[in-house]
Design a protein around this ligand. Sequence first.
Ligand code: FAD
Length: 153
Amino acid sequence: MDDRLFRTVMGKFATGVTVITTSTNDKVHGMTANAFMSVSLNPKLILISIGNHANMKKYIEESGKFTVNILSKEQQEESQYFAGQLNEKREIQFQWIAGVPILPRSIANIVCDVYESHLAGDHTLFIGEVKDIHTEDGDPLTFYRGKYDCITS
Ligand code: FAD
């Protein structure tokens, strides 16, 4: 099967957008991701899929923790920035919940411990056990067929 066909078809699944954050030795790392889903209610588990070449993979393996920050419609630029698409380095002011960094102005922050991880082809699936949640009002940023949009309530 052609790679482009696979990517085109996967892009027809409309998603929200998250920035994953973690920290090792007080150094924070953030990365844009839309491969995120809820997995289980009891225990409360979620899943993210991280490319094996992404710096984020080794940082999550080192820290054993991560936060899923669900982006609001005002955060498209942050999504582009944490995907490495803006040609600049910024000073980002993170906040902290239970010793884990979160991205301010997100509509939700889901703080997790790594519960399990599975190598799956060129990505690693990290299942997170949810330890804390913070939520704010706001409308979500969305991603569909390679383009940003939003849902306005
Ligand atoms: P890096 O390239 O190391 O970092 C990304 C950027 O964030 C860099 O500019 C870096 O300087 C900056 N940065 C990070 N931490 C800080 C900090 N503390 N202070 C200041 N700047 C900082 N990839 C996946 O593996 N899984 C996905 O589900 C996924 N979904 C995506 C969805 C969308 C909508 C987009 C646009 C991209 C997605 N990607 C996904 C691709 C992924 O975001 C990029 O490939 C990313 O650059 C790779 O991550 P990295 O850890 O190597 O990041």
